[in-house]
Write a protein that binds this ligand. Structure first.
Ligand code: XMP
Length: 517
């Protein structure tokens, strides 16, 4: 396995995903872990990530010293290269001038890392690589023992290697797809240089998770809160395979779910897969609790609190259960761990449904803790879940509660469900669903004038929202074809009594958020 030390770059998780795509297990540790933790990890190779700091600053992050004395290959990327240079006796110059974007790098001399990896070859026999750069500082003097491996116009020392110690470093980013040979470069490092076997395959992950869950849980009973979202669905499928009847799922139908969602969850898990699922129809309780409330954050709190309360009531009835299963995935773990200094890590705020009762006397089982979302999805399909469920757009925990602006009412929820269903159905039909990252309808409790047949009407407004994004932190509104929007708008107004106007949201994030509340 490979250890990745995180210096705070937004690309660090991408390095880990690339390594895993190669079939090799890896983990991300913050840069300031102790030498003992580094040694205990038992890596066959270490990758130092990029980062926003400058090694020339007084309190710059650096790698634990034993990274360079454990006798394993090390690859420094961007900041990782700079800190490697600085820590081993080279020089780094700081600069306010950033080099950002495409660059061409000449590969010089032969190193095992770059040998035979190139996009073009010059008449003189140099390899040329098209790479992605994003840096200000650069190495201006290599440490003793290193030779030049690559150079570009903006960075004369764009790559360096000490092949005897198997230390390699590149100023560019092999983990982003803009660096065309990036995957081969990482493969060369991880597989050929570090000698890692490609054992991290979906079949192995499933087999291994099943073994571990069985060892952990033994004959005990396990409860899982099933929401219909990807993570809890995959946990349900996995635990069902591992534990069969020992698993009971609790599915709280809040009445704030999408069109026929509750029935679909029951059909997939209970009827089709034979999982024990307790469905709690709690729409009334949620509506009552939300009555009169218009503040978005208060609505979220009410929904979160009631959800936990109901889940807890059900869990009390399952008195034999000793374990609580959760769909925590690796990005949640990395984000909540962060760096001890807190500096090198931007922590994404979580908005999961209220957490779970703290007073519950249950032990936690989290079989997806080491997996990235894309690994979870592949696993879900392999476990027999419908691909449409596994690849569904994200849906917020508070559900339609935050898509009905202002006070939540049963009547509004019904109208919104129908409109949302038409929008999503047409996205699928026009092959646009997978081209958007998240798409949904929003209910606006304002009435606008319309003309229907001979009469005037005065009905509600539906806003359509569709965005494209990688990380949901920033997003651009999806440029859906006008004809498509026209069709969706006509269907919604014609088919749903009570809606007389449809608008399309053309706001990016930032400054707007993806949800309207
Ligand atoms: P925003 O609206 O903040 O949304 O741009 C970013 C992503 O987070 C989802 N979201 C939520 N998810 N509980 C959740 O579980 C929430 O309260 C919540 N609010 C927003 C949103 O759907 C989008 O994917």
């Amino acid at each position: 396995r490979i250890l990745i030390l995180d210096f705070g770059a937004q690309y660090t998780q991408l390095i880990a995903r690339r390594v895993r795509e190669l079939g090799v297990y890896c983990e991300i540790y913050p840069w300031d872990v102790s030498e003992a933790e580094v040694a205990a990890f038992g890596a066959k190779g270490i990758i130092l990530s990029g980062g926003p700091e400058s090694v020339t600053a007084g309190d710059a992050p650096f790698a634990p010293a034993n990274v360079f004395s454990l006798g394993v290959p090390v690859l420094g990327i961007c900041y990782g290269m700079q800190t490697m240079a600085a820590q081993l006796g080279g020089k780094v110059a700081s600069s306010n001038h950033r080099e950002f974007g495409y660059a061409q790098v000449r590969a010089r001399g032969h190193t095992q890392l770059l040998q035979g990896i190139e996009d073009q070859v010059t008449p003189e026999g140099f390899g040329l690589l098209d790479v992605w750069m994003s840096h200000g500082d650069k190495v201006i003097e290599m440490p003793a023992g290193f030779k030049l491996m690559a150079s570009s116009e903006g960075a004369p020392i764009a790559g360096m290697a000490d092949e005897e110690r198997q230390f390699y470093a590149v100023q560019f980013h092999p983990e982003v797809t803009h660096t065309r040979q990036g995957k081969r470069l990482l493969e060369r490092f991880v597989v050929d240089i570090c000698g890692c076997a490609r054992l991290w395959t979906t079949a192995n992950i499933i087999e291994d998770s099943i073994q571990r869950v069985r060892e952990q849980v033994g004959q005990d009973e396990v409860i899982l809160g099933l929401s219909g979202g990807v993570d809890s669905s995959v946990v349900a499928a996995l635990l069902h395979r591992a534990l069969g009847e020992q698993l009971t799922c609790v599915f709280v139908d809040t009445g704030l779910l999408r069109h026929q969602e509750g029935d679909q969850v029951m059909a997939t898990f209970a009827q089709h897969m034979g999982v024990k699922v307790i469905r709690v129809n709690a729409a009334e309780r949620f509506l009552t609790a939300l009555a009169g409330e218009t503040d978005p954050e208060k609505k979220r709190k009410i929904i979160g609190r009631l959800f936990v309360e109901i889940f807890d009531e059900e869990a009390q009835k399952l008195s034999k259960a000793k374990w609580l299963a959760q769909g925590t995935i690796y990005p949640d773990v990395i984000e909540s761990a962060g760096s001890k200094t807190g500096k090198a890590h931007v922590i994404k705020s979580h908005h999961n449904v209220g957490g779970l009762p703290e007073n519950m006397q249950l032990k936690l089982v989290e079989p997806l803790r080491e997996l990235f979302k894309d690994e979870v999805r592949v696993m879900g399909v392999e476990l027999g879940l419908p691909p449409a469920m596994v690849y569904r757009h994200p849906f917020p925990g508070p559900g339609l509660g935050v898509r009905i602006l202002g006070e939540v009412k049963q009547e509004f929820a019904e109208l919104l469900r129908l409109a949302d269903h038409i929008f999503i159905q047409e996205l699928y039909r026009h092959d646009l669903y997978d081209k958007t990252s998240q798409a949904f309808a929003v209910f606006l409790p304002v009435k606008s004038v319309g003309v229907m047949g001979d009469g005037r009407c005065y009905d509600y407004v539906i806003a359509l929202r569709a965005v494209e994004t990688i990380d949901f932190m920033t997003a651009r509104w999806a440029h859906l074809p006008y004809e498509f929007l026209d069709l969706v708008s006509r269907r919604i107004i014609n088919e749903i009594k009570g809606i007389s106007r449809v608008v399309y949201d053309v706001s990016g994030k930032p400054p707007a958020t993806i949800e309207w509340e």
